[in-house]
Ligand binder design. Structure first.
Ligand code: GLY
Length: 364
């Protein structure tokens, strides 16, 4: 039986936590997280658990064939197979779960949650993760959409050996090189130029999109999740940062949560999400914490901007008092000849989800 003193104690603890967050419910996510943040806040406001909320949020992107960096419709590995990674942490219980190189299941975040809840492991990979998902009734399906398959085919056609040859194009007797989209139109006459331009862009600039979503409720409870199809055209079996606890996501309920999107290899080398949370523990603001992590990445390249031009990376932080930030290595995205749009992240603190500008280390 709970004593009157115990009830008062719990009430006092809740009041203290609400004072810390200002009673606010907040979700913070990567730039593809407008809907995820809205869903997460809706669930948390209805009293749902913070991890249930952020997972339900990112499930929207996992389901969306138009997001080619996450779940169904994600861009595949070099063999044309979609391989998914995800990890999550539940602040209230301080537990974690993760899956990597999971094929054929569109909700890696749900499987990571099952690993956390139903096993005494933290991480399952590849065939074992697939069998585990199927054991829990998940349906195996082909995650490659026609759009992603086209982008993969175009990527294969873009590969050349030293003499400029490619087995996937129509050979040495083909007419002289034409402009990329015009040449592709000849190979794929039924595909629109708009879709071919998309496929060419993806072939040339393999994305490391990903979604990270962090959620804090009015009681001060906090959780986070990251889910991705990883680097497009990767070697089969390549695992990025997203399923690595401490890189793709990290939550310490005494401090806050952090996550990352972008080129995972850079993040793994600095254990980014953990670094951001530790920085906040030692008194940095969320923005300072993210930018300090970014400086560590830059240091790994001797602060040589030229060498870092080829990749993007972003951190997101949500402190347990509700302060938050997003930060990027570069002010804008990498597209030659175009003015890069300013890097954004998404926030919802009760109304409509909105974009906010990422802080950045370098102007581009
Ligand atoms: N951040 C996603 C990846 O590199 O796989």
């Amino acid at each position: 039986m709970i004593s009157r003193r115990g009830v008062l104690g719990a009430g006092a603890a809740l009041a203290a936590a609400q004072a810390q967050t200002g009673g606010k419910t907040i979700a913070v996510a990567s730039s593809n997280g407008l809907r995820a943040c809205a869903r997460a806040v809706e669930i948390m406001k209805q009293g749902g658990d913070t991890l249930d909320a952020v997972v339900a949020g990112v499930n929207i992107q996992e389901d969306d064939p138009e997001d080619d960096s996450v779940g169904y419709g994600g861009l595949p590995n070099e063999e044309g197979v979609v391989e998914l990674d995800a990890s999550l942490m539940h602040g209230p219980t301080r537990r974690a779960g993760s899956v990597a190189s999971l094929r054929g299941i569109r909700y890696p975040s749900k499987i990571a949650k099952l690993v956390m809840e139903q096993t005494d492991h933290v991480m399952l990979v590849g065939e074992g993760a697939l069998r585990f998902a199927k054991a829990y009734g998940f349906r195996e399906e082909n995650l490659l959409t026609e759009k992603s398959r086209l982008a993969w085919m175009v990527w294969k056609r873009s590969l050349r050996d030293a003499s400029g040859h490619n087995n996937w194009t129509d050979g040495v007797d083909a007419p002289p090189a034409e402009k990329a989209v015009a040449e592709l139109k000849r190979a794929f006459p039924d595909v629109s130029e708009e879709l071919l331009a998309y496929a060419w862009d993806r072939a040339m600039y393999p994305p490391t999109g990903t979604i990270n979503c962090l959620g804090l409720n009015a009681k001060g409870e906090i959780s986070g999740v990251t889910t991705t199809s990883g680097l497009a055209w990767k070697i089969p079996g390549r695992v990025g940062d997203s399923p690595i606890i401490g890189a793709g996501v990290f939550v310490d309920p005494d401090v806050g949560a952090a996550g990352s999107t972008g080129r995972g290899e850079e993040n793994i080398r600095i254990a980014g999400a953990h670094t951001v949370v530790e920085n906040m523990r030692h008194g940095m603001s969320p923005q300072e914490a993210c930018l300090d992590a970014m400086k560590r990445i830059s240091k790994n390249y001797g602060n040589d901007r030229k060498r870092m031009e080829k990749f993007d990376i972003n951190f997101y932080a949500l402190r347990k008092d509700g302060a938050y930030a997003g930060a990027s290595l570069w002010s804008g995205t990498r597209r030659p000849g175009q003015t890069p749009p300013r890097r954004k992240f998404t926030v919802n603190d009760g109304g409509q989800s909105r974009y906010e500008d990422c802080a950045f280390l370098y102007e581009r």
